[in-house]
Design a protein around this ligand. Structure first.
Ligand code: ZN
Length: 408
């Protein structure tokens, strides 16, 4: 009977967390999660008014108390505070550290996890930049000056993030681990990272919904190679599209056995920077819109590696109209079958530089923290899933300040 009551209490608590919580969880997710709870106990609850009211009140009280204590960890006494007001800022007894700030932020240190535009900012000189050597070099190609950035600071460790060349996660005081954008999957010249054991994990959840489970890279390469062979057989050129930094170099590497390959100018610049940094990818000519080399495109068939763009953009339209090109896009969002239609491309493949849903779960389990904060993408949905797995998790956005006490 006692065991029954405790199970019923857990069930109500889960129910209350999803239905009464302020978190924006979609109805579909709520329903799916609800189905995983014991329906018979809900029926019993429905028929038992005297059990329902006190239990409901008790659950609400517990939720209130747990919210007030959110994030407090007790080990040896070193205090770390995390705040999220326009950006994530970590405070220890000796320094403040801004994590991937969107703009110059008042802090002793400012961490730039990698050179994607949404993670790089122009520093104001008052904050010591922390970034990898490769991130500094790649940001320079994009016009950002991160000169003076350091990789080593006492109490701070940079950890490979497996996302793009030079991407790093950060471990603060051997306790708090921030992933930045992260991949545990090895692809081409990029080695996946497994993460580190920590007390508190701040993890990206770009693809933190169960429908985002990516196809094996080898399978994608084999499917696309067959498509290219078919197009070449019909004398039709192929345009492979992806983000100019990261995805385009991966595409260059994965399809290195094909030729001729031409590069859009933005991809060319990033490929050259990768080659200078020691990455083994073939060197190709650039053939962007308006370039002198465009006459070369009359030689058919060919492959062009170009930035991710809508099939309706003028650049892609020209390649289609003038050369009959077939357009293939590479992005994790291609898991959604409507992607190719919406983006107006001929084919789309789910090649991603992020963890998919299962890999995010694997990462959380490996790090095995006492507390998890989720950021980006499906932050609320994934935090809900982590709770079902037994983790103490919540989305970081909206938390103005939470205090963590840890022990270095
Ligand atoms: Zn990124």
């Amino acid at each position: 009977m006692i065991a029954d009551e405790s199970r019923l209490q857990t069930t109500i608590k889960s129910f209350a967390m999803f239905w009464l919580g302020k978190r924006p969880t979609s109805l579909r997710v709520k329903l799916r999660l609800l189905l995983r709870l014991a329906p018979s106990e809900f029926l019993r609850l429905e028929n038992s008014a005297e059990a329902r009211i006190p239990l409901y009140e008790q659950v609400c009280k517990e939720m209130k108390e747990s919210k007030a204590q959110s994030g407090i960890i007790t080990r040896h006494g070193k205090r770390i505070t995390v705040s999220h007001r326009g950006g994530i800022v970590v405070r220890t007894a000796s320094y403040t550290l801004a994590l991937d700030p969107k703009r110059a932020t008042k802090s002793d240190f400012s961490f730039v996890s990698h050179a994607h535009i949404d993670h790089v900012h122009s520093p104001d000189g008052n904050s010591q930049l922390v970034a990898s050597e490769e991130t500094v070099a790649l940001a320079k190609v994009r016009g950002y000056n991160l000169t003076g950035a350091v990789e080593q600071v006492p109490g701070i460790d940079l950890v490979d993030a497996g996302h793009i060349l030079g991407s790093r996660a950060i471990l603060v005081e051997d306790s708090l681990f921030y992933t930045g954008d992260f991949s545990i999957r090895s692809r081409g010249f990029l080695k996946g990272s497994q993460g580190v054991k920590c007390d508190t994990l701040i993890m990206e959840t770009t693809y933190g919904s169960p429908r985002y489970v990516f196809t094996d890279t080898e399978k994608i390469v084999s499917q696309v190679s067959r498509l290219i062979a078919d197009c070449f057989h019909k004398c039709r050129p192929v345009v492979l599209t992806g983000y100019p930094l990261g995805k385009a170099q991966l595409i260059t590497h994965l399809f290195k056995n094909w030729e001729p390959v031409f590069l859009h100018e933005s991809v060319f610049n990033m490929n050259e920077a990768h080659i200078e940094l020691g990455v083994e990818i073939p060197r190709h000519l650039h053939c962007g819109a308006g370039s002198k080399q465009q006459a070369l495109l009359k030689r058919r068939p060919w492959i062009m590696i170009a930035p991710a763009a809508s099939g309706r953009s003028q650049f892609i339209k020209n390649l289609r109209e003038n050369y009959g090109a077939i357009v293939i896009a590479f992005t994790g969002w291609a898991v959604d079958r409507r992607y190719s239609y919406v983006m107006g491309v001929d084919y789309a493949f789910d090649l991603s530089d992020h963890c998919d849903f299962n890999e995010l779960v694997q990462l959380a389990k490996y790090c095995n923290p006492s507390k998890i904060y989720t950021v980006h993408g499906f932050a609320a949905e994934f935090a809900d899933h982590l709770k079902f797995l037994g983790f103490d998790a919540e989305p970081l956005e909206g938390i103005e300040q939470s205090t963590l006490t840890s022990y270095a």
